[in-house]
Design a protein around this ligand. Structure first.
Ligand code: ZN
Length: 328
């Protein structure tokens, strides 16, 4: 006869497995419904989608709200807009230290640099149905992992005492193929980045936690601010997770797309980087100190998906005030 205590282990495991299966099912269902409705278009690879006009209308509507919120908050303080391509020099990528923390999410660009002989070898492999990627070599460029990364190299040197505020928006790549439509390999982030004095950087992050929650509430999304950590890779990464949580560097605004099946999906991310980028990119304040930085990133696809999951896939039936705010 077993005691309740010994039964608790397997029962709890079973419950955990059940909810994991239910979560997988919920993600697959959501993906299936988005594809059937034509809002997302399959490319045949998990996490890479085409987007319909309606999906883009949602993204555009959200983007206007984000843009306006940025202008209202920072317009008078000289917020400037900068746009970068989704590809950045490997030298800049190096300085972000991304390869140390997230090698598994990284994307590098390769190209063919050989001559005729090497090309023939590539074609021979291709004709034989073998992989031909091995004939390519580094193009010296990387895919952008976070929209703010290309910014920092442009700020090298001394910046004004009041700091620099930048609005950046662009595609990011992270190699994490998944059924969950909220985990895309290529997605857009709209960020407001502050680089300057330590206290001002923290204030920037803290301001956007509250303002971000307000923006989401205005479009009918029930979000919560939660302390979070990045998915640092490997054994060394565990220490980085602890530091990030202990020092309260990252706060995510999460929405429960899948109800109680998980802890929610982060749709906005508010980050303090301390002096990390200031040091690696040689950005200094007039007092000779390393600049600190902070950014808020609005995940455009995830916000669109949270809206679709909350208000339904037919945007014509969304609540009037939400449609108004999004300009539908
Ligand atoms: Zn950022």
């Amino acid at each position: 006869m077993s005691t309740p205590a010994t039964e608790q282990g397997p029962a709890a495991d079973r419950e955990a497995n059940d909810s994991l299966t239910q979560l997988d099912q919920a993600r697959a269902d959501f993906q299936g419904r988005l594809l059937s409705a034509g809002l997302l278009v399959s490319t045949g690879i998990d996490g890479l989608y085409g987007r319909s006009g309606t999906f883009e209308d949602i993204v555009d509507g959200v983007d206007r709200l984000v843009h306006d919120a940025g202008q209202a908050a920072h317009g008078a303080k000289g917020l400037r807009r900068l746009r970068f391509s989704p590809v950045l020099p490997r030298g800049s990528f190096e300085k972000t230290d991304y390869i140390a923390s997230f090698p598994n999410l990284t994307g590098s660009i390769s190209t063919f640099t050989g001559g005729n002989r090497e090309h023939r070898a590539l074609l021979a492999d291709r004709d034989a149905g073998r992989p031909w990627d091995g004939h390519l070599s580094s193009a010296g460029t990387m895919l952008v992992s976070a929209a703010c990364h290309p910014l920092y190299s442009t700020l090298a040197g001394e910046i004004p005492a009041t700091g620099v505020l930048t609005d950046v928006y662009g595609y990011c790549f992270r190699h994490e193929p998944a059924i969950d439509p909220a985990r895309m390999q290529a997605f857009r982030q709209h960020e407001f980045v502050f680089v300057g004095a330590p206290g001002d950087a923290e204030a920037h992050r803290d301001f956007w936690i509250g303002r971000g929650l307000q923006l989401l509430e205005d479009i009918g999304l029930e979000a919560q601010a939660v302390p979070a950590n990045d998915p640092f890779f490997g054994r060394a990464g565990r220490m980085l997770v602890t530091n990030q949580l202990d020092e309260n560097l990252k706060t995510e605004l999460v929405v429960r797309i899948y109800g109680d099946l998980d802890d929610g999906t982060a749709i906005v991310s508010c980050n303090c980087h301390r002096e990390h980028f200031g040091e690696n990119f040689g950005i200094t304040t007039p007092d000779g100190e390393r600049a600190h930085s902070a950014c808020v990133g609005f995940g455009m696809e995830r916000i669109a998906l949270a809206l679709l999951s909350t208000h339904g896939l037919d945007i014509a039936s969304w609540p009037g005030p939400v449609r108004n705010r999004l300009g539908f």
